[in-house]
Design a protein around this ligand. Structure first.
Ligand code: NAI
Ligand code: SF4
Length: 409
């Protein structure tokens, strides 16, 4: 169940928590290793005509694969948006995972980079793009080294069949993980999210129709092309969860979509840390809200948490215990979002500080908090501002008593 040894998992989690920018390059599957394990077979099958673009779309459709950057958009449908768009077209790989508590893409790139690269090449061939841009978060310099080395090998051996792979560094801004801000940043501009529409599929990088996919999504594309969409479906939808916080063995866990936090803790993460009792959890990092221990058996999947005012996003599960202080955590999360807001639209730029100002006595400001949050959801340009009220609203809903009496003197 747990595909990486717990020692590795702990190293990954610990390094991520400490923002370790000096992470060492560990053992990973290099080009020779990947080829020996029959890597690039699916891409080769496409290039040699054994598989067609039509086959790719059909297999993706059958698999039901959904985007794993957080939004869960159906992948086949997203790729089809490129049909009939002008050329040249581009693929942009979003490797800027900045959601606090998310480190699954890092794990995939630092262990199986070619599986992701093959997915990107399959995507490029399928949507008839000549260029793939990989936008890698700058906090992962060791992965930059891995990718530059492996891309050079691929190009030198002409294994990309003319598709150009470009590796670009982010610069530490959370908002640049938002797809349109990422495109701006790739163009060398400040990472300000664009109004959508037009969506990247219509006008993306340098104005070209662009397919944006997350690292883990492309990882599974390769798997689906190798074994077939029906097989992927039959094995049951699975994906990687980043589990951290008050558990014995934090790390990246491969688990079925819809696993519960109780199962993640007990069956995948070695149980709660010694002396800690489950108090609640963040199901989707900073923006996905907070849930209480009483909701530890709710399936974690796209759409299952909305009734509780939360979402699973990129599956960054942070486990909280009786040692954690919810009002302080909410303050920290709001500080983070305030710091990372790009400031270009008023509901987000002014709304977050306004929400922060209510945190000393949120109960007294309940109505205005609700109203302001709705304005932020409706009026913010991008997901950062739209989701920013989630920590406050969900904490008030599920941890109401924690805000008093200490925070309500
Ligand atoms: P979205 O639902 O607006 O869009 C999803 C994707 O579908 C996008 O690529 C969009 O271009 C495409 N799309 C949607 N409608 C379309 C249409 N009519 N035509 C063409 N393309 C269309 O979600 P968004 O804003 O891209 O992502 C939000 C999610 O990102 C959140 O749920 C959050 O969990 C996640 N997130 C992930 C982070 C990470 O580190 N992995 C960081 C922050 C947020
Ligand atoms: Fe910038 Fe916030 Fe507006 Fe997004 S919602 S564009 S981060 S100000």
């Amino acid at each position: 169940k747990n595909i990486i040894p717990s020692a590795t998992a702990q190293t990954v989690a610990a390094a991520t928590r400490s923002g370790d920018s000096k992470a060492k390059i560990g053992t990973y599957e290099n080009l020779d290793g990947y080829l020996a394990a029959e890597g690039y077979q699916a891409f080769h099958a496409l290039m040699s005509g054994v598989l067609t673009r039509k086959d790719v779309f059909r297999e993706l459709e059958v698999s039901g694969l959904r985007g794993l950057g957080g939004a869960g958009f159906p992948v086949a449908q997203k790729w089809r948006f490129l049909d009939g768009q002008t050329k040249p077209r581009v693929v942009a790989v979003n490797a800027d995972e900045g959601e606090p508590g998310t480190f699954k893409d890092r794990h995939l790139l630092e262990t199986q980079p070619h599986r992701v690269l093959e997915g990107a090449l399959i995507a490029a061939f399928s949507i008839e793009a000549d260029d793939v841009y990989i936008y890698l978060r700058d906090e992962y310099p060791h992965i930059h080294t891995i990718l530059s080395t492996e891309i050079e090998q691929l190009m030198r051996r002409a294994l990309t069949h003319g598709i150009r792979l470009h590796l670009r560094r982010g610069a530490g801004a959370y908002v640049c993980g938002e797809e349109s801000a990422m495109l701006e940043s790739l163009e060398g501009k400040r990472g300000l999210p664009r109004n959508r529409p037009p969506f990247p599929a219509q006008a993306g990088l340098f104005g070209r129709p662009t397919l944006v996919n997350n690292v883990e999504t492309l990882y599974w594309v390769t798997d689906i092309l190798n074994t077939g969409g029906a097989d992927f479906l039959a094995r049951g939808r699975r994906h990687f969860y980043s589990v951290s916080g008050r558990v014995k063995t934090p790390g990246v866990k491969l688990a079925p979509a819809g696993v519960t936090v109780r199962q993640l803790i007990d069956d995948y993460a070695g149980g709660m840390s010694e002396g800690h009792v489950l108090k609640g959890y963040l199901p989707g990092g900073a923006s996905g809200g907070l849930l209480p221990a009483s909701l530890a058996d709710v399936p974690l999947d796209f759409g299952t948490l909305e009734p509780y005012g939360c979402f699973v996003g990129s599956s960054a599960v942070v486990v909280l215990s009786d040692h954690d202080d919810v009002p302080n955590l909410v303050r920290d999360l709001m500080d983070f979002l305030a710091h990372e807001s790009c400031g270009q639209c008023t509901p987000c730029r002014s709304g977050i500080p306004k929400l922060q100002s209510f945190l000393d006595d949120p109960h007294a400001h309940r109505d205005i908090i609700e109203e302001l949050s709705q304005v932020m959801r409706d009026g913010s340009i991008c997901g950062l501002g739209q989701a920013a009220p989630n920590p406050v609203i969900s904490a008030l809903r599920h941890f109401s008593d924690d805000f008093k009496p200490k925070d309500r003197a």
